[in-house]
Design a protein around this ligand. Structure first.
Ligand code: FFO
Ligand code: GTP
Ligand code: MG
Length: 456
């Protein structure tokens, strides 16, 4: 018998409604002790999933709210245990009093993630789905939410379970043939095994490749604005964001610290960093700023080199150009197209395949920059099925499983007999079991649920 837990399921500030959730064998009796249904029927007899109006009493017995109670008996509830929810008026005081009254009845405060942890332990969802719950709550874009919702519905779990079942059948068959050589068992066909291992590897490889997209879905593509001082990097950041985030002045050396914002450009989520203009400087603060620029440049996948279109190339442009060219993708952005052009474009076009002219001031040319970014990352637009791995734990488990399968496949193709690859197949099974939580260690489970908030 598990103890009964309760927590505030909604926000901590005053709101229209606030929900207290209770889960465990003692949930219904504890709730019934503090709540009197208006229809006069004891809460114990309430129909499942139905809202019951009644009065909620504090520890001292005062009526503190007219609230709704919902009973969901296990196993048909979120946690798989008996659950009760109180839908109260969303006053922090009322909600705190409601919890206090429950704690007096032997209910205890839930730990972070404990409701979802119980859902997992009771087989209501696997680990990938539980992690999707956390992802869903942290989602910053509709695409990230859609992917998490797909994972919660079982998109990744389904793929993984398919591979798991195939491997399990294979291992059981090989093992049986080894253990009972005298029985008339169907012989293991090496060719069929190879085919299954090959297909399973393919599925896992695809999942693994989706992991990169998963990270980008969550955090955005790391992108940096580079250039010598005063070329309009901060102006461009503001123009892309649509509001004045960074300070802009006519003085060179305005931006000292990197400013990072998530922003969509051409439909692609970027983690865009505005940086201190690169130049030689005696000022110790500016030198530290430029150091930060260099480190942001090293981490960026996309560099937007901002050039002053109304002046010829200057000495300080060269380091910025080198830094930008070192990024995986770079775009030369010739700014200030509203002013007379003085920049010799030939040199730029020789060094950069992607060049566009914009005016951060008027917004001219920004559409072209959007097009370039969209084309660069066209293959990264999110898929809606939720078949994208979104965290490192999952990626690590899949890659371990894949290594085992590849090793098995290599051995078979090298002429080894099926029983010699049994260990590899079993290792693959263990890794996949860890991924979905079939074979995971309990301390690992605790770690996973620590990232949740209380009440989830
Ligand atoms: N008020 C409230 N809203 C919520 C939740 C909750 O627990 N309470 N959820 C959680 O955090 C999420 C919804 N997840 C849920 C998943 C399953 C069940 C459940 O009781 N399932 C039963 C019966 C379903 C039915 O009525 O058909 C089942 O699957 O057997 C409830 C919530 C989001 N919104
Ligand atoms: N005419 C015109 N002026 C611009 C444009 N973009 C920026 N400026 C001006 O250029 C000056 C410098 O702009 P910033 O955005 O601060 O330049 P920065 O590259 O961030 O400069 P640092 O932070 O010093 O490296 C400001 O006076 C801006 O108003 C543009 O497209 N057209
Ligand atoms: Mg600036």
């Amino acid at each position: 018998m598990s103890d009964t837990i309760a927590a505030l399921a909604t926000g901590r500030t005053a709101a229209a409604i606030g929900i207290v959730r209770i889960s465990g064998d003692g949930a219904v009796p504890a709730a019934a002790a503090v709540f009197s249904p208006r229809n006069g029927r004891p809460l114990e007899q309430a129909e499942n999933h139905k809202m019951i109006l009644g009065s909620l009493r504090s520890r001292g017995g005062m009526v503190i709210d007219q609230a709704l109670a919902v009973v969901s008996r296990g196993p048909g509830s979120y946690t798989g245990e008996d659950c009760v929810e109180f839908h109260c008026h969303g006053s922090p005081v009322v909600l705190a009093e409601c919890l206090e009254a429950l704690f007096e009845r032997g209910v205890r405060q839930a730990r972070a993630g404990e409701f979802t942890q119980r859902a997992f332990l009771n087989g209501r969802m696997d680990l990938v789905q539980a992690e999707a719950v956390a992802d869903l709550m942290e989602a910053e874009t509709a695409e990230a939410a859609a992917n998490a919702a797909g994972q919660l519905a079982g998109a990744v779990s389904g793929r993984v379970n398919g591979v798991y079942e195939t491997l399990l059948d294979m291992a059981a068959h090989v093992q049986a043939v080894v253990d009972y050589p005298d029985e008339e068992l169907v012989p293991v066909e090496v060719e069929k095994m190879e085919e299954q291992l090959d297909h399973s590897s393919l599925v896992l490889r695809r999942l693994l490749q989706s992991g990169r997209r998963g990270r980008i879905l969550r955090y955005g593509i790391p992108c940096v604005l580079l250039g010598r001082p005063n070329t309009g990097k901060s102006s461009l950041l503001n123009a892309i964001l649509g509001y004045d985030r960074a300070i802009v002045t006519p003085f060179a050396g305005t931006t000292r610290d990197t400013v990072v914002e998530r922003v969509k450009l051409g439909g692609i989520l970027l983690r865009l960093a505005d940086t201190a203009g690169i130049r030689e400087s005696e000022d110790p603060v500016e030198r530290l700023g430029v150091e930060r620029t260099r480190s942001a440049a090293r981490e960026a996948e996309l560099a937007l080199l901002v050039l002053e279109g109304s002046e010829p190339l200057a000495k300080d442009d060269w380091e910025a150009m080198d830094q930008a060219a070192a990024a995986k993708y770079s775009v030369a952005v010739i700014n200030k197209s509203d002013l007379p052009a003085k920049l010799e474009k030939g040199e730029i076009q020789r060094r950069f395949t992607r060049v566009c002219e914009v005016s951060a001031l008027t917004g001219e040319g920004l559409g072209q920059l959007e097009d370039i970014v969209r084309q660069l990352f066209a293959d990264r637009t999110p898929c809606e099925t939720g078949e994208i791995l979104t965290n490192a734990r999952q990626g690590e488990a899949v890659s371990r499983a894949l290594k085992s399968l590849e090793s098995a496949l290599k051995a078979l193709r090298g002429g080894l007999t099926p029983d010699t690859v049994l260990m590899d197949v079993e290792e693959g099974l263990a890794a996949l079991g860890e991924l979905t939580g079939r074979t995971v260690q309990s301390d690992m489970v605790d770690r996973i649920f620590e990232r949740f908030c209380v009440g989830k």
